[in-house]
Design a protein around this ligand. Structure first.
Ligand SMILES: C[S@@+](CC[C@H](N)C(=O)[O-])C[C@H]1O[C@@H](n2cnc3c(N)ncnc32)[C@H](O)[C@@H]1O
Length: 188
């Protein structure tokens, strides 16, 4: 099973109509739209991306799926945006997704970076409500990808030592390709 499908299975089991969910790396809007459908018209999905083109693609996908009304779209660095959102939404979010790397088919130099990813993850841990779900997929084949994934792995160990449950999934790949990794963390 592809990691994206596995992540969506976790989201399906977690999100209910009326819930609040957050996509910290909206990209082309696949995860945002999937979550917007699950939370329905009474729910709230916040999607963040640093690139205006990504937010435009996410809006178009939401419109095509007829669920833009429950979505709030922010062009911003996720570390800053999540920090600001803590003021109103701390402990209210049911699920948060991160897809680390660059937007496929666009400028590869605009990619998630360890420092802001770590700050965004810390803010995400405050935004989640108890039993909330944090999904982090890291692509590791590009420059800096393995370093970033290593920093996320250390942070996952820290939250696990504080009582969160943390699992990880890596597909088996052939040859020298470095597989992506999905962490599935649940807040206590
Ligand atoms: C792998 S893509 C996400 C794919 C997305 N989940 C989808 O469904 O298409 C990673 C995204 O992270 C965004 N990004 C990179 N650095 C960011 C940052 N500091 N804050 C917010 N978004 C960032 C990129 O612009 C890119 O769109």
């Amino acid at each position: 099973m592809r990691l994206t499908d596995l992540a969506h299975d976790y989201l399906s089991a977690q999100l209910k109509p009326g819930d609040r969910a957050l996509d910290a790396t909206a990209g082309n809007g696949h995860d945002t739209t999937y979550m917007a459908k699950l939370v329905g018209s009474t729910g709230h999905v916040i999607a963040i991306d640093i690139q205006a083109a990504a937010i435009a693609a996410t809006r178009a996908r939401l419109e095509a799926a007829n669920c833009v009304a429950q979505a709030e779209l922010l062009i911003a660095d996720h570390a800053q945006a999540l920090h600001s959102l803590c003021e109103h939404y701390a402990q209210t979010v049911s699920a948060i997704t991160f897809n680390l790397g660059y937007l496929p088919g666009s400028d590869k130099s605009i990619q998630t970076e360890p420092e802001s990813t770590l700050a965004a993850l810390r803010a995400a841990s405050e935004l989640l409500k108890p039993n909330g779900l944090l999904l982090v997929t890291a692509y590791r084949g590009h420059d800096g990808g393995q370093t970033e994934a290593g920093i996320v792995a250390n942070w996952m160990q820290k939250i696990e030592s504080r009582g969160w449950s943390v699992d990880s999934h890596e597909p088996v790949v052939t040859g020298d390709r470095i597989p992506p990794i999905l962490w599935v963390a649940r807040k206590i």
